[in-house]
Design a protein around this ligand. Sequence first.
Ligand SMILES: NC(=O)c1ccc[n+]([C@@H]2O[C@H](COP(=O)([O-])OP(=O)(O)OC[C@H]3O[C@@H](n4cnc5c(N)ncnc54)[C@H](O)[C@@H]3O)[C@@H](O)[C@H]2O)c1
Length: 395
Amino acid sequence: MSNPMRVVRVGIVGSGFAARFHLEALQKVYGVQVELTGVYSPTEQNCHKFAQENNIKAFHDLVSLVDESDVVHVCTPPSTHEEIGIVVLRQDKYVVIEKPFTGYFGSGKNFSGDSFDRQTGLEGAAQSVRNLLNAEAKSDGCICYAENWVYAPGIQKEKEIIEKTGAQIIWMHGEESHSGSHSPYYGIWSHSGGGSIMGKAVHPLGAALYLKQIEGMVSQGRPIRPATVTARVHFVTRSEQFRDVGFIKTGYTDIEDFGSMHIVFEDGMFADIFASELVLGGVHNWIEITANNHRTVVNINPNNSMQSFNPKASQFNDIYVVEKIETKEGWSSISPDEDWYTGYQSEVQDFCQCAASNTIPQSNSTLAADTILTIYASYCSAAANGKEIKIPTSV
Ligand SMILES: NC(=O)c1ccc[n+]([C@@H]2O[C@H](COP(=O)([O-])OP(=O)(O)OC[C@H]3O[C@@H](n4cnc5c(N)ncnc54)[C@H](O)[C@@H]3O)[C@@H](O)[C@H]2O)c1
């Protein structure tokens, strides 16, 4: 029998935005003793600052960090996930890979996300997924796919409803949007592997694919997988017609800033997913589920669990309200425990428990693979102005 109380040694790769919220969540894990091994990132100054601030060791190379860890959290740009993930899996360790799992990052010099052949992109992304899945198959370790929406309390409650009522999901529609990403890597396809579809739609898409997996497990003992996709993308902030008045982030190099996807599942049911960098008012994360026996709306952000009116913005200067909000003046939908609502805490809890008990997490490599294949099939569709494209079901 597994020993769920054993110590799990956890290392973090990357010292940016995601590394911080992973570390905070790791500090709150219960039932498993987490020992923080340390951090490695090539931006040495940041790495040392991060290590100092959090009283952990700074490593000078990846391999030493992996050597001393049981679980490694990969909080680095998407273009690096495959290489780092494989290094960790080869050492038979658990690897937590941030979204998006992996992708196609171009052919090196002179590559532009605006002009490459999307079919090549789909094949390249499928190859990268295959490399990671093969490494996992040969490893005693395991891939934990850091899709926090899977662990958002609303999605977990919906899972319970599906499991206990045997619901059939007919249609899901959902969105992740805000007014633009902070990471310097984000707007460059060779680092990010895509724009709004890759960076943002990946979340509601992950939740939708997960819920159909759950439905399939209940009804037929195997997941219901995505079959085809129809998609469109737009490049609003790079268009000459866009009138920039300073509220929406601009400056993306070669990615889209709007995407929509219509996914049809194996059972003929469907989902519509939207994502953009164009929406003011804080992060807009929601999904609605229409089933044959119920209907659910999950508002991750904003939700109305706490609403506050502030007549003077400066009063809230040192008060965190909600991700990406442009102003704290007037009414705000405060997220009183954002990491819990977004699923970060429960995600890291599940990963630590799985590593301690040598089990597979709810958000795993199957979900990660389906998400990436759907995304790159979407880019093929968008390049053909919305032609329906078959999603590869296996790599
Ligand atoms: N789940 C979420 O809600 C969420 C939110 C933000 C970011 N993310 C994901 O987290 C990942 C990191 O994003 P971020 O916002 O923290 O970016 P960031 O730019 O803030 O930080 C990236 C970090 O990776 C390091 N790095 C770059 N190349 C590396 C390499 N080859 N090896 C090791 N380290 C390397 C950099 O030094 C930096 O410390 C991305 O995959 C992103 O999509 C997820």
